[in-house]
Write a protein that binds this ligand. Structure first.
Ligand SMILES: Nc1nc2c(ncn2[C@@H]2O[C@H](COP(=O)(O)OP(=O)(O)OP(=O)(O)O)[C@@H](O)[C@H]2O)c(=O)[nH]1
Length: 319
């Protein structure tokens, strides 16, 4: 890996991101309020809540409603997509969460065939449920767990991973690359034989009030908000800002840049050239009409964001 001395000149990079006049209010689609209501209505049948969140943002963007209105049951927090997250400071993350009252935290990678932490879920759940009161469900030998989280964090993938681990069965829950795949009413899926455990898949629900624009942008970068609601151009710019701040410079070699840059237009141009993504545009000049090839900035922004989400730009911690 080349060392980029010039970039260590901190003055070269933005220290804060200019969000302009952006508003987060319209990023919360109406159907999410309905999803939350359905979850509250089903709580009677539930023994334990499994909340999944993105391991790249352990402290931001969790939906407070999950704690406020669903926290009458034992609660496990799974920080998923471990394969994409820089968790070198795992212990301090766990300590801070503990200070915030969040215990029972596991880091998972639901796409991995035999993820050790996915295996730990059932023993942990059994222990937590066994040590508390189950109220009117005391007679029922089977356990029902509700899987909650913001969109696209891997709720369906978790259900499939637990089924794979404990039942040796294939997919029961549809996985999608876009937020908002699970919109239907809560589906109950058996994931374990001994003890009999069912999981309730739920639609992803964003916080109704995203605390600030930066949190909104982190959620967008992790793919939990539909890209077009935020704008791919600004997501790409925030990505560049985040990579530079954390000195994650693999984009330089991947896209043949000379050196790091904080100028998104320049970076997108290099990406477009590298990927051969250009557009033919007619231009009217003094000597007549000509056709010129211009970089396709939208296609480049799309590729940049996808590369990040697939982990091709390295593991990061956005919080
Ligand atoms: N890299 C990585 N990707 C994952 C992991 N878990 C899930 N994904 C991917 O994340 C995307 C969303 O996964 P889903 O399981 O559909 O997420 P969801 O939370 O059910 O989504 P909604 O139904 O929109 O709320 C898919 O492209 C999955 O392949 C993981 O541990 N690591």
């Amino acid at each position: 890996m080349r060392i980029y001395h010039s970039l260590l000149n901190a003055a070269k990079f933005r220290k804060v991101f200019d969000f302009g006049e952006r508003e987060v209010a319209h990023w919360f689609p109406g159907h999410m309020a309905k999803g939350l209501k359905q979850m509250r209505d089903s709580l009677r049948k539930v023994d334990c809540i499994i909340e999944i969140h993105d391991a790249r943002i352990p402290f931001s963007g969790r939906n407070p409603s999950f704690q406020e209105s669903l926290d009458v049951r034992p609660h496990i927090l799974l920080l998923n997509k471990l394969d994409l997250a820089d968790t070198s400071k795992k212990q301090s993350i766990l300590k801070q969460l503990d200070r915030e009252g969040v215990r029972n935290v596991l880091f998972t990678d639901c796409l991995r065939q035999r993820d050790e932490n996915v295996k730990r879920i059932v023993p942990l759940v059994t222990e937590l449920i066994g040590s508390g009161s189950r109220f009117h469900r005391e007679e029922d030998r089977s356990y029902c767990l509700m899987v909650v989280g913001v969109p696209n964090v891997g709720k369906s993938s978790l259900i499939n991973a637990v089924r794979r681990t404990y039942l040796k069965k294939g997919k029961a829950s549809k996985v999608g690359g876009e937020p908002g795949i699970t919109k239907a009413v809560l589906t109950k899926i058996q994931v374990c034989e001994r003890p009999i455990i069912y999981l309730l898949d739920t639609p992803g629900v964003l916080p109704p009030r995203i605390e600030n624009i930066e949190t909104g942008m982190k959620l967008a970068l992790c793919g939990t908000i539909l890209d077009h609601l935020v704008g791919e151009d600004v997501i790409a710019d925030y990505l560049l800002f985040s990579l530079n701040r954390r000195e994650r410079f693999s984009y330089i070699e991947k896209y043949n840049l000379e050196e790091p840059s904080d100028d998104i237009q320049h970076v997108l141009k290099c990406i477009a050239v590298k990927l051969g993504k250009t557009k033919r545009v007619k231009a009217i000049t003094g000597v007549g009409n000509i056709t010129v090839q211009l970089p396709d900035y939208s296609a480049a922004a799309y590729d940049f964001i996808r590369a990040f989400r697939k982990g091709e730009l390295g593991k990061v911690m956005l919080d």
